[in-house]
Design a protein around this ligand. Structure first.
Ligand SMILES: *Cc1c(COP(=O)(O)O)cnc(C)c1O
Length: 251
């Protein structure tokens, strides 16, 4: 049993230094991109995508200032969260209905809400798990209409939104998208532009939709920042290559 003694949560100082350097490089690129777009760099937060990364390394990441972590599998995250004190967690992958309760218990934000049914389920559970404190979500949008991707179709979101925004125990902070695999960062730009415009359009009619835009990954986050990202989900540029490419479904 862990007792809160820091010695129970060891990490390697060499890892901390390496991750601090990787974080500094990413922050620098965020700053440059924000400056190009006339935005404040502080308006962009890094979600360090930690799938496949072991808890000991994540403790080093937290010590290096990467304390907002993203996982795309509830089960994998549950095995790690207790071993990484001081981090907040975003879920960025699918929520099966039998894992919804544990997702609400373990994550600060579910970025991957992709149906009214899931939103309603999270709303019901949030009322039980922490009554009086709305649970934060983003709505995932399949901007590119990619059959391999989850998310609301662009046309479906406007219809679903009033029902979701009416749920009393959810706080809808904004929109999220996962871009297609493209050859160059520039090729991802239309996806990011489309998500920003969709957010602007929807918020005109629905002011309670939050302004967050979660978009951009290791290969294209500077472009996403230029186009308005407030959350960039970055895995490989911080932690190095993963064993397999999770965007092709494993994770
Ligand atoms: C893995 C993953 C990321 C991070 O991808 P990198 O290319 O490693 O930066 C971002 N978003 C989602 C939904 C992911 O599954």
């Amino acid at each position: 049993m862990r007792n809160g003694d820091p010695a129970s949560y060891p990490f390697d100082p060499v890892e901390v230094a390496a991750l601090a350097a990787a974080r500094a490089r990413v922050l620098e690129r965020i700053e440059e991109a924000a400056r190009r777009a006339g935005r404040a760099p502080a308006d962009v937060r890094i979600v360090a995508v930690s799938k496949t990364v072991a808890p000991s390394r994540l403790r080093a990441a937290v010590a290096a200032g990467l304390d907002l972590l993203g996982e795309n599998r509830v089960q994998e995250a549950l095995g790690k969260i207790d071993q990484v004190p001081g981090a907040a967690w975003h879920l960025i992958g699918p929520v099966q209905s039998n894992k919804a309760r544990r997702a609400v218990e373990a994550f600060a934000v579910v970025e991957s809400v992709d149906s009214v049914a899931l939103a309603e389920r999270l709303d019901r559970i949030a009322a039980e798990v922490h009554p009086g404190r709305p649970f934060r979500v983003l709505l995932q949008v399949n901007v590119d209409a990619d059959p391999a991707k989850a998310g609301f179709p662009v046309a479906g979101l406007a219809a679903a939104l009033p029902r979701i925004l009416a749920l009393p125990n959810l706080e809808v902070r904004g929109l999220m998208t996962v871009g297609r695999l493209v050859a160059t960062p520039e090729a991802a730009r239309p996806t990011f532009v489309a998500l920003r415009r969709l957010s602007e359009t929807l918020r005109r009619d629905h002011p309670s939709l939050g302004p967050d835009l979660s978009m951009g990954m290791s290969d294209d986050f500077p472009v996403a920042v230029e186009e308005g990202a407030t959350l960039v989900r970055i895995g490989r540029a911080l932690f190095g290559e993963r064993p397999r490419d999770p965007r092709r479904q494993d994770g």
